[in-house]
Ligand binder design. Structure first.
Ligand code: TYD
Length: 215
């Protein structure tokens, strides 16, 4: 039983700026956990992770940056998150499963709260209404110089690039936001430097998971 949320399962979140390689790391970490536990974790992502949440994902991530203002966007992220929690994450944790989410609430705090300057207090208010006290057992924040991260996303061919069109200064504020979140939530957050090769980064992740969740 997790100390933090009371469900028998374990909830791990991967966070970080664009182009930090979260999805690859999440997949490799899922393989490791499956080897260790003999049961595959549920690998999910935000925005998305449930049918309604996936529809909201499409609304948020496509189109021009001005399509939503920061309040509207934050509400959409939280509507999507609530749907993801209710229909996917909480039921899996209740069944005792391990869940890995590629992004969760710290992304909204960093991107909308710090990057797009809604401010941490307002994001926290919306968070409290939508999510309450629930929080991950472990959050791994993948960190890189935003200019390098953005450069890594340039080859992508899909149209979900609304955020990548934003100014570098926004991405720099988001990075500071993640540092702040990690400082305030040191009981669950670890920052990893991802300006290194995939295997070295993954080894760090596995070590953290072993120390924090398997010992
Ligand atoms: P995604 O394709 O998942 O990007 P990545 O591979 O970088 O995770 O798109 C998610 C985008 O939405 C990404 O730019 C971060 C942004 N985002 C927010 O601004 N707030 C949020 O709460 C979440 C979950 C994502």
């Amino acid at each position: 039983m997790s100390k933090k949320h009371g469900y028998p399962g374990i909830f791990i979140t991967l966070e970080g700026g664009d182009g930090t390689g979260k999805s690859t790391q999440a997949r490799l970490l899922a393989e490791f956990i499956e080897e260790k536990r003999g049961e595959a974790p549920l690998l999910t992502r935000e925005p998305g992770g449930a049918p309604g949440a996936d529809e909201i994902r499409e609304l948020i991530l496509t189109g021009e940056p001005e399509r939503w203002d920061v309040v509207g966007e934050t509400l959409l992220f939280y509507a999507s998150r609530r749907n993801h929690l209710r229909l996917t994450v909480w039921p899996a944790l209740e069944r005792g499963e391990w869940v890995i989410s590629d992004r969760f609430a710290d992304s909204t705090m960093a991107y909308q709260g710090y990057g797009n300057q809604l401010g941490p207090d307002k994001v926290q208010m919306i968070h409290d209404v939508s999510v309450g006290q629930f929080e991950p057992d472990l959050t791994i924040i993948l960190d890189i110089d935003p200019a390098k991260g953005i450069a890594r996303t340039q080859g992508r061919t899909n149209n979900e690039d609304r955020f990548e069109k934003m100014d570098l200064s926004v991405h720099e504020r988001m990075r500071d936001g993640f540092y702040d979140i990690a400082k305030k939530n040191s009981h669950r957050c670890v920052i990893i430097d991802v300006d290194r090769d995939i295997d070295t980064i993954q080894n760090d992740l596995r070590q953290i998971v072993m120390e924090r969740l398997f010992s």
